[in-house]
Design a protein. Structure first.
Lengths: 210, 220
């Protein structure tokens, strides 16, 4: 009994540093990014903001020695996170690494704009982390296209409404993602993330059925 | 097999964004061609991010709320697409495929001009006031022996050239300082290189470099 109590205490103690607690874990932060990408969830974004904004502020202050410029860096970095969360790829690194590299790029451009060089090389040319891979569907979508055409009608009706609508327009009406974005009045990034999520779900349904 | 790589110090400065624009392009192009250095840059970014995660600076809650509101009300930033289609340049009837970073700078490549010694040169104007050129050495060409006022960074894009100290092939990165004398030449193969003269090693906006929080990580 005594030993068990001790184990309890040890466990509680190892949990106490903020970096190892559940709410700050890379997995949790990644799930928040996924929610922002899929549903533009403001609560999830607010949680990301509460975690990353003070860290970005510290980074910016160290880099620029100026709190206001640091605040601008926070604002610009997190604005990109809000709109581009669908570009985060969990298999390529942690959320902290992704957000740090966005801030690094913004710093690179800030330092050059201060020198009045508007047409200078930009950080996106060097590290295109916020560029979409391609206008057309990514390769892995294309590969699955034939299979999906055969099976899709059977399964797609089970999708959540917002995903089903996007899939209907792209695969049954043959619209481009940009056209879907325009016709539904939602950001292109949202169309892309809904497509991705819907295809994942369809894939699971098809696999489970087989 | 790439034999000559940027030093860890240069990769480090590249990853934090402290290299000059021209040298950044040369290193980024090498990284496109070299999976070894690409992995190292990823590791450095990961280390930086860990360090970045460790320090927070409080922001007032009303300021936090204002920032959040502005973000939710903001328009989606300009949409960037990677164009992989146009990455070929032609010269003297030969075609060269440019690595991704250099391909993105294709519009900044100026006209080719002939230089004595069976050489051709095209400026790459990054708008940073740096002297960056694509240099094409035809078969059996040579550059007179020379030294450099400052530093010269050279990256082999395609082909092979030699100097007194060795042979350089696709992807090799060479940094020479003012003490290095060399006389590059080609033999049976031609060679396309990207070169930056007087490449400043550091991004020179003084205070940002002094305040660079990461320098202690690699330079002890």
């Amino acid at each position: 009994m005594h030993t068990m109590q001790q184990n309890e205490d040890t466990r509680r103690m190892t949990k106490s540093p903020p970096t190892t607690s559940g709410t700050d874990s890379p997995e949790h932060l990644a799930s928040l990014l996924a929610r922002v990408a899929a549903t533009q969830c403001r609560a999830a974004f607010s949680e990301l903001f509460a975690y990353f904004a003070p860290r970005l502020q510290a980074y910016g202050t160290r880099q620029f020695g100026n709190e206001q410029i640091a605040a601008d860096l926070v604002q610009e970095t997190m604005t990109n996170v809000w709109h581009k969360a669908h570009l985060f790829k969990a298999d390529k690194g942690s959320p902290a690494t992704w957000i740090f590299t966005i801030a690094r790029n913004i710093r690179f451009d800030f330092l050059r704009k201060n020198k009045h060089r508007q047409h200078d090389l930009s950080a996106d040319d060097l590290w295109p982390i916020l560029a979409e891979q391609n206008e057309s569907l990514d390769d892995d979508y294309a590969l699955d296209h034939d299979v999906l055409m055969q099976e899709i009608t059977e399964y797609y009706q089970q999708l959540p409404d917002n995903q089903r609508l996007v899939i209907e327009k792209i695969y049954l009406e043959g619209k481009s993602q940009q056209e879907v974005s325009d016709s539904l009045g939602i950001p292109l990034g949202t169309v892309k993330s809904r497509t991705r999520l819907a295809l994942q779900k369809l894939r699971e349904m098809i696999v489970n059925h087989d | 097999m790439i034999k000559f790589h940027p030093s860890e110090e240069i990769l480090q400065q590249f990853a934090v964004g402290d290299l000059s624009p021209a040298l950044s392009v040369v290193v980024a192009t090498h990284v496109d061609m070299c999976s070894h250095c690409a992995k190292q840059v990823q590791e450095i970014e990961h280390l930086m991010a860990e360090k970045f995660s460790q320090t927070a600076k409080g922001i007032g809650s009303s300021q936090m709320d204002t920032m959040l509101e502005q973000i939710f009300a903001s328009n989606e930033p300009a949409y960037q697409v990677i164009q992989d289609t146009d990455n070929i340049i032609s010269l003297e009837g030969k075609r060269f495929k440019l690595p991704a970073t250099l391909a993105r700078q294709k519009d900044r490549i100026g006209p080719w001009s002939k230089v004595p010694g069976k050489l051709y040169r095209a400026p790459v104007n990054l708008g940073s006031g740096e002297c960056m050129n694509l240099i094409y050495m035809d078969e059996g060409s040579s550059v007179p022996e020379h030294t450099h006022k400052g530093q010269e960074a050279t990256l082999v894009i395609n082909g092979v050239f030699h100097d007194e100290s060795g042979e350089y092939r696709d992807g090799d990165f060479i940094l020479m300082n003012s003490h290095d004398q060399h006389a590059p030449q080609t033999q049976n193969e031609d060679c396309l290189t990207l070169a930056v003269l007087d490449a400043p090693m550091h991004f020179t906006s003084g205070i940002s470099r002094l305040l660079n929080p990461f320098s202690s990580l690699f330079f002890r």
